[in-house]
Design a protein around this ligand. Structure first.
Ligand SMILES: Cc1cc2nc3c(=O)[nH]c(=O)nc-3n(C[C@H](O)[C@H](O)[C@H](O)COP(=O)(O)OP(=O)(O)OC[C@H]3O[C@@H](n4cnc5c(N)ncnc54)[C@H](O)[C@@H]3O)c2cc1C
Length: 330
């Protein structure tokens, strides 16, 4: 959700000052490709459970170092073919020549997939610095332009309310986001954050920098606090003291951690809704229970299965692909 330059934030209040109920939010969900048969079962149970929320799109990550190229492709293709959902494939520059990226993009297009989340990517496990492939791309902006030159994909990119850790400055990072939008991306999805003020300030700065594309907040329900702290240190997300306080002493208490996680993420989204922001991208970690609860509190309930086109065919291995135009442009 994004405001144009100079627009004021619309608080969800009536003239009398009472809060009004916002309309149901628009949501999208991020999954990662499964590595084991058990994880695959878990993922498809999650997709089945979340599909009735009718997300705008669901995205599937691309493992660090390009390690899940085929698994990402297979998962995205299966979502496209066997559900009513609109899948988006994450794609990174790591370890790929332009020819390899072109080949993968053509496979997506021919399979009917029309949405790419274009990223520079993180280095493979064990390396600390991103090394561009000699025949590939150094930054996501180049990848975005390349994707657009191959076919008219919808493209989402990453944005960082707290600034990407390798950026020269917050301003340089915003310039980079603008380059990605100018190259053809229509949406930015943010790194997760816990302090809404940082996100709201980022929206203001982006608007001032002339960025008019939609910027969707990425929301992470924290089920594993210790792991979140480690990952946040790498990706530049700050951990507010209230979060540390809330999870203190819960290391061995998974049930309470889950309740706290749902509560924190719900409060975060409700506070954003009060600021007029009503689109959320959830990092699901391939689990549905918290997301279903959070979405319900935000006003979004699952649609009856009968109302979902094609969904009754979901998860059947012999489901034929939906008829969509598979042609590449001239
Ligand atoms: C929503 C989302 C989804 C993600 N999904 C994945 C995934 O599936 N797989 C994965 O491996 N990673 C993923 N990531 C992590 C992402 O790959 C890393 O954060 C990565 O380090 C940066 O990727 P980017 O696309 O933001 O890079 P870029 O936009 O290219 O920016 C990378 C850095 O380079 C700087 N920069 C850009 N251009 C220039 C220039 N010309 N000169 C100097 N500096 C420049 C930027 O300011 C930034 O610091 C995701 C992140 C987000 C927020």
């Amino acid at each position: 959700m994004h405001r144009g330059p100079g627009e004021s934030r619309h608080r969800a209040e009536t003239k009398s000052g009472a809060h009004r109920t916002p309309p149901p939010p628009s949501v999208s969900f991020e999954f990662f490709p499964p590595k084991t048969a058990q994880a695959e079962t878990q993922l498809w149970a999650t997709i089945s459970a979340l599909a009735p929320l009718s997300p705008r799109f669901v995205s599937v990550t691309y493992g660090a170092g390009g390690s899940t190229r085929e698994a990402t492709f297979a998962t995205v293709k299966r979502i496209f073919e066997s559900t009513h959902l609109h899948p988006a494939a994450h794609l990174t520059c790591v370890g790929h020549s332009r020819a390899e990226i072109r080949e993968l993009l053509e496979r997506y297009w021919i399979s009917g997939v029309r949405h790419i989340v274009a990223l520079r990517g993180d280095p493979p496990a064990g390396s600390s610095e991103f090394q561009p492939h000699p025949g590939g791309f150094s930054y996501a902006a180049g990848l975005v332009a390349f994707i657009k030159s191959i076919a008219d994909f919808e493209i989402s990119v990453a944005a960082y309310p707290e600034t990407h850790p390798q950026a020269r400055s917050p301003e340089a990072d915003l310039d980079n986001l603008k380059r990605k939008i100018d190259a053809g991306a229509t949406r930015a999805i943010t790194q997760y954050f816990f302090d809404n003020h940082l996100f709201l300030d980022f929206l203001d700065r982006a608007a001032k920098a002339g960025i008019t594309a939609e910027i969707v907040p990425g929301i992470l329900p924290v089920t594993n606090y210790a792991q979140t702290v480690k990952f946040s240190a790498l990706c530049g997300t700050s951990i507010p003291s209230f979060l540390t306080e809330l999870f203190d002493g819960l290391d061995q208490d998974q049930d309470t951690r889950k309740l706290v996680a749902a509560m924190v993420a719900t409060e975060q989204c409700r506070a954003l809704q009060a600021e007029g922001i009503n689109a959320f991208h959830f990092y699901t970690l391939n689990r549905s229970d918290l997301i279903l609860g959070i979405c319900r509190r935000l006003g979004l309930k699952p649609a009856p299965l009968a109302d979902l086109p094609g969904f009754k065919r979901a998860l059947s291995a012999d489901t034929p692909p939906l008829a969509r135009d598979p042609k590449m442009p001239d």
